[in-house]
Design a protein around this ligand. Structure first.
Ligand code: GDP
Ligand code: MG
Length: 214
């Protein structure tokens, strides 16, 4: 079993929901009241020790604020192992935006990406406009995990990244065990990859021929 792995994780969500604040909290241990519109997409690495002894090397990406102009393309999230979809619990519209991101990510990356949905600004509970029940039910429905966070009070953030990392590890492990099954099934002593002749076995699952032509 691998005990250390690299993961790319992107932050997504409408402008002002608190993505950059979550980024600063988790990566820099810092919260800045000022609203700094991020100038460039940026990433930082952080190593996270999981309770089970595994280590996740997270490259976390924050947007350059392009979401404000609806111009955040697949180039930003491609090759991601995980995504944190952030909404502001006081802003219903930002929750709808999360649902659009889920649709786009599932369409572009399928089941390969592990999704976390973060209801941020829980310190503003009095002004909540998205109920926790609704958000959790939605997350469950789309195979995501829901977390409640406050970048301001530093609540729920480490827990979220720890849990997300565990799930990304498990997803990677599942991939690997499928690979291993294939390897074991090969005739012993054979080193070269098995070539599947599509003309002879048109019923071969498409995933077996999915590695070509990049
Ligand atoms: P982004 O546009 O999604 O990157 O959002 P920012 O991180 O720039 O935050 C937008 C505004 O929300 C800023 O004024 C932050 O100080 C504020 N903010 C971010 N997280 C929280 C939070 O957990 N609680 C409260 N009350 N304000 C927050
Ligand atoms: Mg930002």
């Amino acid at each position: 079993m691998d005990t250390t792995r690299d993961f790319k994780v992107v932050l997504l969500g409408e402008g002002s929901v608190g993505k950059t604040s979550l980024f600063s909290r988790f990566m820099l241990g810092d919260f800045d009241e000022k609203h700094n519109s991020t100038l460039q997409a940026m990433s930082k690495n952080k190593r996270l020790n999981l309770p089970d002894g595994r280590r996740a090397n997270i490259a976390l990406w924050d947007t350059a604020g392009q979401e404000r102009f609806h111009s955040l393309g697949p180039i930003y999230y491609r090759d991601s192992h995980g995504a944190v979809l952030v909404y502001d619990i006081t802003d219903r519209n930002s929750f709808v935006r999360v649902q659009n991101w889920v649709k786009e990510l599932r369409k572009m990356l399928g089941k390969d990406i592990v999704l976390a949905i973060a209801g941020n600004k829980i310190d503003l509970e009095k002004s909540r406009s998205v109920s926790l029940e609704e958000a959790e039910a939605y997350a469950k429905d789309v195979g995501a995990e829901h977390y409640s966070t406050s970048a301001k009070l530093n609540k729920g953030i480490n827990e979220m990244f720890t849990s997300l990392s565990t799930r990304m590890f498990d997803a990677a492990q599942t991939d690997k065990s499928t690979e291993e099954t294939v390897l074991v099934a090969r005739p012993s002593g054979r080193k070269s990859p098995i070539v599947i002749d599509d003309s002879a076995s048109s019923s071969a699952p498409s995933s077996s021929s999915g590695n070509c032509c990049s």
